[in-house]
Design a binder for this molecule. Sequence first.
Ligand code: SF4
Length: 55
Amino acid sequence: MEKANHSIHCTVTSCTNHCSCEDYCSLDSIQVGTHEGNPSMDQCTDCQSFVKKHG
Ligand code: SF4
């Protein structure tokens, strides 16, 4: 059974690591990074622990 990590709020329900019952991640920790050379706003950052949910 998945458990919500209440320290990691997340609404990305298409991620397999999302705790489906609540708006939290189920992982103990996540990796955040950027795809930009010089990130300047939140859209420049990425959760690199994202894994697409299938089905
Ligand atoms: S791995 Fe990242 S995108 Fe996926 S549920 Fe956790 S915080 Fe959200």
